[in-house]
Design a protein. Structure first.
Length: 369
């Protein structure tokens, strides 16, 4: 029996490539749509090294209706995991129009193309930024929208769009996954996070300092009302997040309507706790210094993660030590990211032979999650 094909928009990015690994492990065949502006096609070669299956890659833009129609016509897609989008909070403040264009208009173009193709199962990559920075933790899915930047507002608007769609048409099954702070890498050390330019998030900055690519980690504020004065966040392993997509996909395929679910551990960890865990992984101290607070940073937030378990049987399984150990394994083995050579396939011959790559006209200036 042929494996069901799942369209993964933004599937060559950090979360997308790990989600491809989880989908293949669950018996699906990912078809990736990605502009490769902020991602790397070689991540899918690493997926093949891990799984024995290289996902189909279509170079295209989620805003391009013609490109979407061609994908749905060429591949018998049964569902969509939508990860494509712009995702830097600071950049969204400077260039909000691009964020509304890519994140909101892109999702609108996608669901219209899905409807034309008769594909109505969707998992959407949302974000805990929809909650803003003043909600009391743990934050449950019932907390109100209170996004404080254009990036978060685009995520909240897309959720509202999808909720309206599900209410209007009972044929749709939709899951919106609100990530907290995905970090880590695949345990093989073959696949991980490689930012284009200076990192915006804590873990890739730590790994680059550990590898000697940056002088030291600057901790932004050590005078918060937290366990050690540094900011507290809910860090969740990227493979747990990837497996969450599979569980949510199965739920959406059999249950019409819309579901909002947090993907987090339900526990907070401070910056210094993350640093300590990383130092245990690499067995030496990490260079750091304490700097001033950044405007707008919340002291602490973490998820109420019970909803995903109750709805579709998902919970985070990997702890902070594993997140740090896997991140360091990836960085140490691939100091130049995907520029470092990948080994031969680790899992034997591909189970699926449909591993062609297709080029479709796309619009520039679009990055993927």
């Amino acid at each position: 029996m042929r494996a069901p094909r799942i369209l993964v928009t933004g599937g060559a990015g950090f979360i997308g490539s790990h989600t491809c690994v989880a989908l293949i492990a669950a018996g699906y065949l990912p078809v990736v749509l990605d502009t490769l502006v902020n991602s790397d096609a070689r991540s899918l070669q690493r997926v093949a090294c891990i799984t024995g299956v290289e996902p189909v890659l279509v170079c295209g833009d989620v805003r391009d209706a013609l490109a979407l129609d061609r994908v749905f016509a060429a591949y018998d897609v049964s569902a969509v995991v939508h990860l494509a989008g712009l995702k830097a909070v600071g950049e969204s403040v400077v260039d909000p129009v691009s964020y509304y264009d890519v994140n909101l208009a892109g999702t609108l173009a996608l669901v219209q193309a899905m409807d034309r193709a008769g594909v109505r199962t969707l998992v959407f990559s949302s974000s805990a930024t929809v909650y803003g920075d003043s909600q009391p933790s743990p934050i449950a899915e019932s907390a109100p929208y209170a996004a404080v930047n254009p990036y978060g507002r685009t995520k909240a608007m897309v959720e509202s769009l999808l909720a309206d769609l599900a209410r209007a048409d009972a044929r749709w099954g939709i899951a919106c996954l609100r990530y907290f702070n995905p970090i880590g890498a695949h345990e093989s050390g073959l696949l991980g996070e490689r930012p284009h330019g200076p990192p915006n998030n804590l873990m890739p900055y730590i790994t680059q300092v550990a590898a000697g690519q940056r002088e030291c980690l600057v901790v932004h504020g050590a005078d918060y009302d937290t366990i050690d004065g540094t900011g507290v966040r809910d860090y969740v392993h990227v493979m747990d997040v990837a497996e969450g997509h599979v569980a949510a996909l199965r739920h959406a395929a059999r249950r019409p309507g819309i579901l909002m679910a947090n993907l987090g551990t339900g526990r907070g960890a401070s910056v210094l706790e993350v640093v300590s865990a990383f130092e245990r992984a690499m067995r030496r101290p990490l260079a750091l210094r304490i700097g001033p607070r950044r405007p707008g940073d919340a002291p602490a937030y973490w998820a109420d993660a019970r909803g995903a378990w109750q709805a579709f049987g998902w919970r985070a399984r990997r702890d902070l030590d594993q997140m740090c150990a896997d991140s360091w394994r990836w960085q140490a083995a691939n100091p130049h990211g995907f520029d470092d050579p990948a080994p031969a396939h680790a899992s034997g011959l591909p189970r699926f032979q449909d591993n062609t790559s297709t080029s479709i006209n796309s619009k520039p200036g679009h990055s993927h999650a």
